[in-house]
Design a protein around this ligand. Sequence first.
Ligand code: EPU
Length: 336
Amino acid sequence: MKEYTDYPILNYNTFGMDVKSSCFVEYSSVDELKSFLFSYDVKLPILHIGGGSNLLFLSDFKGTILHSAIKGFEVVDETDECIYIKVGAGEVWDDFVSYSVLKGWYGIENLSIIPGEVGASAVQNIGAYGVEAKDVIHKVHTVRLSDASERVFSNQECNYSYRDSIFKGEIKGQYIVTHVTYRLGKKPEYHLSYGNISSELDKRGLEPSLVNVRNIIIDVRRSKLPEPSELGNAGSFFMNPMVSMRKFRQLLEEYPDMPHYPIDEDTVKIPAGWMIDRCGWKGKSIGPAGVYHKQALVLVNLGGATGSDIAGLANEIIKSVKEKFGVDIHPEVNYI
Ligand code: EPU
């Protein structure tokens, strides 16, 4: 177990906020985590982080930041159709995607190069290009903070919905994810209908394959989203809002070209990026906090921004979208 005090966490948040945590602890096994939880002098509150790709630090953190270095891939079961693989929460998400693609296992290729770690995939229900982590999560293995007991959640018990789970809702902060068991397919099954994935395959004269789909997703993402190592950011800053069918019809009358995704009979998802773009924010900045010039859903640290700079820009954007469209948008990023 590694323990540090007054620890700089610049390298643990992709927004590149230069802040410190009073205490920082990294454990590499369930036993190490348990012995930390049983120790007397834990500095509270505890914040468990993954790759820090969805966090906005508003100031130094006065407590303990915990980070998992639990690694490993273990096939725990297998049928003719699928494999069940248990992965350490501290594995980098895209290492797992790349490993699965090499092995010829289907299900997560569309989630290529999403930043972050395996543990967070189960908390945040990460998603892209028509696939969400919940589609492949079988079980989530956890340790409870209050008494260090172990509990395994079934997929159903995790209450997954769009970028949401029980771990962000009713039991927030109570359990630490140590491993996730995923169910991946052995037979070809692709999700190509979202966005321009199949037209990109056609354009390049390629047949769908795990490697081809992964490569296209990587290219599409790189063309739209900035690399955190070059420009601090946390991916999509806002969630795409859901509106009622009534509200959707009103909006469509005024904006016939508005992109939209029907969710059910009464709900439609509208891309926040499109609305922010239509408000004229794309490429604009307030001081060192900017709106990325290729994708209005992404806020960027142009250099030396503080969490308050970014949050200030986010508030202005929320106000504009409300004024122009009458729709409330909410950050996907967690403010700390
Ligand atoms: N759009 C604009 N202007 C912009 C941005 C988007 O007009 O500046 C329009 C696009 O043309 C498109 C629509 O809005 O018609 C949706 O845009 P896009 O397909 O780029 O997807 P998104 O809604 O912006 C979501 C996820 C991403 C994920 C992509 C692809 C959320 C909050 N974001 O973005 O996830 O990669 O779809 O599936 O759901 C993340 O969560 O960090 C993330 C990057």
